[in-house]
Design a protein around this ligand. Structure first.
Ligand code: GLC
Length: 555
């Protein structure tokens, strides 16, 4: 049995500040906007907010390229306003987590600027500066975002490494001075009262000595030399011992390509726990290969396998982070659900993940069922990944309309449209001109309409979160998957001290015959949740309606 802890019982709301709420009418979300929405967040029933980066940034990657770790971007407000938000959140019982992006800085950060002044600069070794191999870059690594992973600096006659965009030079974490800077940043925010961090691509922060060539691939060359190197754990241990262990704080690390087995090296509870939770990507690959941009038909069995292996793999030793959306993925209803059955499938997806064992994260707009946008052209796009893929896919003959269709289905742009607050102008997001198009479906899909409709997704999220919060069974119960072979139904149960829950989720609009697993007598259960009116008489078998979800309890 896992020990209880506050972070296990919380639910977290993620804010991507640029598109959340604009308080000053300049078309960009800001802290004034957040301040006005704190009651909305509290009323959802979460206990924490994770802010995607709020720091000053030239926005090569919308804040994930940080120019100053100890300030707030003028786009979003001031440090004083941040303190107000922090206090307002704390007063409402909401913890606040910052995004800690330490794999790289912005190329506009003073460290990077100083690092390229000369090879003798004390900052030179903060980054990876190397001579080329003749006219070629120092090795064959590819950037996750933009062509090669090296960029040449004429002045210095050296290349610098950027695993992500050109404007995101990688920090050399092997340099103890860089680690001192990281600790200093952590202390700065923790001393201000911040409650923890979401640590961006944390398993990338160490590079193999000598930066050897990677196995050549069309994408991702070099990955094996910068993912999950042994020193990542040493660095995390140092951050924990010198800083984090001295505060009652929380950490969740983002870790592409993570498996439960490897995750346990970081999040196993006990004396050498390095992070509280880890974001993995395995359940985000049920309709694609490696990246969202290489789509396949949705395969429920792949999804179930991913969830179950994490539920079972971490059982009793570590704790899951549960999410379906964030700023890096298209909207979940448009992916694993159905825009035609938007509310039904949205409710089903919410119950499917919120009732598993773990700490749930909810991304802004997910709770009102926002969907993907249909942009008119790539000229409307804003994301470096879209621009990079435009070049990449062109090589494979995918361009024009075909590429745009892919963007509208698969890009991160979909997650970054402004939050839809009302049916008023610009969805109530701004009184000015929004920095990025509001999805025209805001007239129908918005928080005000959801508030007014007792059957809305918003009320469903609130009810599920309340149930989870108050139920030791939902929080700590064990997990068992049923009907494993089904390609349409995801069925699992939770159990604790003689109490049980059965969660039945249909992933299709087709009718599917469901028969309760042995030992689960629906006739003696209470139906706790259902996204359709409950049947008058229960039976141990039923035929599902489109994207139907039912939750039965033996309490
Ligand atoms: C993480 C962030 C993503 C960002 C990348 C580089 O994956 O979630 O938004 O682009 O790291 O910092």
């Amino acid at each position: 049995m896992a020990a209880s802890a506050w972070y296990k019982e919380m639910a977290v709301y993620q804010i991507w500040p640029r598109s959340f709420a604009d308080g000053d009418g300049d078309g960009i979300g800001d802290l004034r906007g957040v301040l006005e929405k704190l009651d909305y967040i509290r009323d959802l029933g979460v206990n924490a907010i994770w802010f995607s980066p709020l720091y000053p940034s030239p926005n090569a990657d919308y804040g994930y390229d940080i120019a100053d770790y100890k300030d707030i971007s003028p786009d979003y407000g001031t440090l004083a306003q941040f303190r107000e938000v922090l206090e307002g959140a704390h007063t409402r019982g909401l913890k606040v987590f910052m995004d800690l992006v330490i794999n790289h800085t912005s190329d506009q950060h003073t460290w990077f600027r100083a690092s390229k002044e000369s090879g003798d600069s004390p900052y030179h070794d903060y980054y990876f500066w190397r001579k080329g191999r003749g006219k070629k870059p120092p090795n064959n690594w590819l950037s996750v975002f933009e062509g090669g992973a090296w960029d040449y600096d004429e002045g210095l006659g050296e290349y610098y490494l950027h695993v992500f965009a050109k404007g995101q030079p990688d920090l050399n974490m092997a340099n103890p001075k860089v680690r001192e800077e990281v600790k200093d940043i952590m202390r700065f925010w923790l001393d201000m009262g911040v409650d923890g961090f979401r640590e961006d691509v944390i398993t990338y922060i160490s590079k193999r000595e000598g930066l050897p060539n990677g196995f050549p691939l069309p994408i991702g060359t070099g990955l094996e030399h910068y993912t999950n190197q042994p020193s990542v754990k040493d660095y995390l241990r140092e951050f924990r011992d010198d800083v984090l262990s001295r505060y009652d704080c929380f950490t969740v690390g983002e870790a592409p390509m993570m498996t439960p087995k490897t995750a346990k090296q970081f999040i196993t509870e006990g004396a050498d726990q390095l992070l509280n939770l880890m974001f993995h990507f395995q359940h985000m690959e049920a309709d694609c290969i490696l990246t969202d941009w290489i789509p396949t038909p949705f395969r429920l069995r792949k999804l179930k396998k991913a969830f179950s292996s994490w539920q079972q793999g971490l059982r009793g030793v570590a704790w899951n982070a549960l999410y379906l959306e964030n700023h890096d993925h298209p909207r979940i209803i448009s992916r694993y659900g159905s825009e035609k059955y938007r509310v039904e499938s949205g409710k089903m997806l919410a119950a499917m993940y919120l009732l598993q064992c773990g700490t749930p994260f909810i991304y802004q707009g997910q709770e009102i069922g926002m969907t993907n946008i249909r942009l008119d052209g790539v000229s409307q796009c804003k994301d470096v990944v879209t621009f990079n893929n435009e070049k990449l896919f062109r090589k494979f003959g995918i361009k024009g309309e075909r590429f745009l269709r892919l963007v509208n289905r698969r890009s991160r742009e979909n997650a970054r449209t402004p939050m839809q607050w009302s049916a008023g102008a610009n969805g109530g997001f701004t009184a000015g001109t929004p920095w990025f198009p509001v999805n025209p479906n805001y007239t129908e899909i918005n928080a005000a309409a959801a508030e007014a409709d007792p059957d809305s997704l918003l009320h469903w999220y609130r009810a599920l979160l309340k149930f989870r919060r108050e139920s030791p069974l939902a929080l700590y119960g064990d997990y068992r998957e049923h009907n494993k072979a089904s390609r349409q139904l995801y069925v699992y149960s939770r159990g604790r001290e003689g109490q049980r829950l059965l969660v039945i989720c249909s992933f299709t609009e087709q009718p599917v015959r469901f028969a309760a697993p042995l030992g689960f007598d629906l006739l003696h259960a209470t139906q706790l949740f259902g996204n359709y009116a409950a049947p008058e008489t229960q039976s141990n078998q039923f035929v599902t309606r489109p994207y139907e979800c039912r939750v039965y309890g033996w309490l």
